[in-house]
Design a protein around this ligand. Structure first.
Ligand SMILES: [Zn+2]
Ligand SMILES: [Zn+2]
Length: 172
């Protein structure tokens, strides 16, 4: 996500808005479908660069109950503090710190502005931790493993606490 805009941003108070439509940067640990889209405005504050805008992306998540892959649309506004520092080691910033303690995000790859680290951190921050394929997902049968959304299985669900099972055998 490199943009040849360093010269247009070099003066204090210089500002530029970019339309974004690019592949998701690597290193999010999340699978995405399609591109990240939206817009971003960069504003030279003197020492640092203010960045704000709106991004959209579609995460491919596993259902928390039945494990089915399903698409989760993400759409969020953001406002971040960045700097003209070099992204010296891509993916070296794997620990995305909490909102309060985040340092300014480096923006430069050589002479070009590179938004990949910023976008990566924002997507990780806004991705859902857990998601269901549908609100009433029935999950999978713990005994036969059948996806119960496709219909009931033939298992008789054993309600007995497994720790009590030996006791029950004695009683039979
Ligand atoms: Zn599900
Ligand atoms: Zn079953």
């Amino acid at each position: 996500m490199r943009y040849d805009i360093r010269d247009q941003l070099s003066r204090r108070d210089a500002e530029i808005t970019l339309e974004i439509d690019a592949p998701v940067p690597i290193g999010t640990d999340i699978e995405f479908v399609g591109n990240v889209t939206g817009w971003i405005t960069l504003h030279n504050m003197g020492g640092e660069v203010a960045a704000w805008g709106h991004f959209e992306a579609t995460a491919l998540m596993e259902c928390g109950r039945c494990l089915a892959g399903h698409e989760v649309p993400m759409s969020f506004d953001f406002s971040e503090t960045c700097s003209f520092a070099q992204i010296d080691e891509p993916l070296a910033y794997t620990q995305v710190a909490s909102e309060d303690e985040r340092a300014s995000i480096p923006l430069m790859d050589g002479d070009a502005v590179d938004l990949s680290e910023l976008v990566r951190q924002l997507l990780v921050l806004h991705a859902p931790l857990r998601s269901l394929c549908r609100p009433d997902c029935k999950g999978i049968c713990p005994q036969c493993g059948k996806n119960l959304n496709a219909g009931e299985c033939d298992c008789e669900i054993d309600e007995v606490d497994p720790r009590l099972a030996p006791l029950r055998e004695l009683l039979q």
